[in-house]
Design a protein around this ligand. Structure first.
Ligand code: ASP
Length: 332
């Protein structure tokens, strides 16, 4: 079978050794079989507009001297509030026709992290993940306890029906028909129509600090309290101050192959660029059946993305450049 792998390094910067890296941010809104034929021009335009808005808002935090942590939080919150993406408002349906959301955030400077899994009534799970990181002594909270903590932190709570959308409900009906005979969750086909749109952001700020954030509704028709890679530090999200990664794709593979931390470890120990490491890891993942993509930033301010699917909603803004948003493998 033909293996598709699309990668791009958008800024390559040769800086004098003591010079500060430039600021920059990359975001994604999910990877999968996104073809031009399957989208109307109006839909394409709506995705580009929302990606551009989110990346610009994240960048403006950096431009004002804000932290990479605040920049990724701002960008992901915007994407969570849009019904276009499988996170926050646009979260997919579980088998039982409810919504269970996962998210995580990591601060590259301190390697502090916060994650939440299976939350049902928190409007912006990324804000809860951040509160876990900053206001609790824990890294990961799940289910009812996470929701209790959200209440104590006075985060905005919503009824689970807030996450209902017609097109995700249609996707659930199709998914249920297809999964009936499958023996276990890892065998689920990665059908983008079911769950496309996990969101994420990575950024580098004026002080050279990196951060990563990822948020998702998970996989359509998930059961039994299934938790994906998005809240698992090292799988769907990772940051130290050398390398930060946010992932999207078939979560079971991203957990088993520790995709986000593997990319950063290869960059560190094999002395290669994080962009090159990401390309390798995603090619290897494809070979074992794992579909998806990642966005990456490194300590030099190099912004990149790589995916082994037909498309990935994505955008970036590098210092001195304009926001660039793309959907398809060939660009645009
Ligand atoms: N990685 C997400 C999960 O498995 C889904 C996705 O990115 O589409 O929960």
């Amino acid at each position: 079978m033909k293996t598709l792998l699309f990668a791009a390094v958008l800024t390559v910067l040769a800086l004098p050794s003591q010079a500060k890296a430039p600021i920059g941010i990359v975001i994604h809104g999910g990877a999968g079989t996104i073809s031009r034929d399957s989208m109307t021009p109006a839909q394409e335009q709506a995705y580009h507009a929302m990606l551009t808005h989110a990346v610009n808002q994240g960048y403006s935090v950096l431009e004002r001297g804000g932290s990479s942590l605040d920049a990724v939080t701002a960008a992901v919150t915007i994407l969570e509030d849009s019904p276009l993406f499988n996170a926050g408002k646009g979260a997919v349906y579980t088998f039982d026709e409810t919504h269970e959301l996962d998210a995580s955030i990591m601060d590259g400077k301190s390697r502090n992290a916060g994650a939440v899994a299976g939350v049902t009534n928190v409007k912006n799970p990324i804000l809860l993940a951040r509160a876990v990181m900053e206001k609790s002594v824990h890294v990961m909270l799940a289910g009812k306890g996470a929701e209790q903590f959200a209440k104590e932190q006075q985060l905005e709570l919503v009824d689970n029906s807030y996450f209902n959308t017609e097109f995700r409900y249609e996707a659930l009906k199709r998914a249920k028909q297809a999964i009936a005979p499958l023996p276990h969750q890892a065998a689920l086909p990665y059908d983008p129509a079911w769950k496309m749109g996990t969101v994420g952001a990575v950024a580098i700020d004026r002080k050279g600090n990196l951060a990563a954030a990822t948020s998702t509704g998970g996989m359509t028709a998930k059961r039994y309290g299934r938790i994906g890679d998005a809240p698992v530090i090292g799988a769907g999200n990772f940051a130290d101050n050398q390398c930060a990664v946010s992932a999207t794709g078939h979560g079971e593979f991203f957990i088993r192959y520790q995709v986000a931390s593997d990319i950063c470890a290869r960059a560190k120990y094999q002395r290669k660029s994080a962009a090159a490491a990401a390309k390798e890891v995603l090619a290897e993942l494809k070979a074992v059946g794992g579909d998806g993509g990642v966005i990456v930033v490194d300590h030099k301010g190099q912004l990149s993305w790589t995916f082994n699917t037909e498309g990935m909603y994505r955008a970036l803004k590098a210092e001195g450049g304009k926001a660039v948003s793309e959907i398809f493998a060939q660009g645009n």
